[in-house]
Design a protein around this ligand. Structure first.
Ligand code: SF4
Length: 280
């Protein structure tokens, strides 16, 4: 059986960068804190904790402490508050998320009502909205657009959460265009996500079985799985090699493998190894 691994499987550039900054800062001797998990993956969280980096839920006394801003970024308010608390702030926000911040601020400065297409509660979306003076409108789904609310907007500027599906974002943008006189749309889905989406739209059609690797807590892994399953019923979502079931591969000539942006390479290797030993 042929194993085809997606080129984009696993950590994206922004996550790799944030983890490397975090591990590097942990060696400085100063205690390092983060607001929440570095990524939604149990293995990576364990590794980071082992290096001495601690997760906090709210800011406390920060003197003598480092606060690491994760790849998803944060609001201006959080940044200000961290500095007031005395933390040394290390900003590991992905440069591509920083670009979205700049675009959103610029749209606001040029008189647009900013609309963010993304998941309301996601840190990245809150970080984007948190760059603005006025409240941004966040739209997470076509069915949740309140037409009455958007019809009164004369000029809208739209940005998209970096990991959203392009298809969904374009459909939402279409409805906005039908109802708002002037819409400036910026497709801010990042390059690694675009590559991932391109692969997941093809691989399930080209392989007999698809394996999607990643934590059940990872939203982008869920999205990969859902797309894969809609194209190929023999799609399976696993978080480790132990979950691989030999019966999935009976009569299969090829298996496609991909992994969410928060899945470490070691887990991907372990899953491949397991498939090989179960299907020699
Ligand atoms: S998904 Fe894209 S924007 Fe988000 S951290 Fe990764 S590379 Fe950066």
């Amino acid at each position: 059986m042929k194993i085809n691994l997606a080129k984009s499987a696993g950590f994206c550039f922004g996550v790799k960068r944030a983890i490397s900054i975090a591990l590097d800062k942990a060696k400085s001797g100063k205690p390092v804190f983060m607001l929440g998990d570095i990524v939604h993956n149990e293995e990576v969280v364990k590794q980071v904790e082992k290096a001495g980096i601690r997760k906090i839920h709210r800011l406390g006394k920060g003197s003598g402490r480092i606060l690491l801003i994760r790849a998803h970024g944060c609001s201006n308010k959080t940044l200000r508050r961290a500095k007031e608390c005395g933390y040394t702030v290390i900003d590991a926000t992905c440069p591509m998320v920083k670009d979205i911040h700049k675009i959103a601020k610029n749209l606001e400065d040029t008189g647009h009502k900013v609309i963010v297409i993304g998941d309301k509660l996601h840190d990245e979306v809150q970080g984007i909205a948190g760059q603005l003076k006025a409240k941004a409108i966040v739209i997470d789904d076509l069915k949740n657009i309140t037409i009455k609310k958007i019809k009164v907007i004369p000029r809208a500027g739209v940005v998209v959460q970096s990991t959203q599906s392009l298809d969904k974002a374009l459909k939402i943008a279409g409805v906005l265009r039908e109802n708002i006189r002037e819409v400036e749309f910026h497709n801010t889905i990042c390059n690694p996500t675009r590559i991932k989406q391109g692969e997941i739209n093809n691989m399930p059609l080209e392989n007999d079985v698809m394996i999607i690797i990643g934590s059940k807590a990872s939203a982008n892994t869920r999205r990969l799985y859902e797309i894969s399953r809609s194209l190929n019923k023999k799609s399976y979502w696993v978080n480790s090699g132990k979950e691989i079931n030999k019966s999935w591969f009976s009569k299969a000539k090829s298996v496609g493998i991909t992994a969410g942006a928060s899945t470490p390479e070691s887990t991907i290797r372990q899953v491949i190894q397991r498939i090989r030993t179960k299907n020699p």
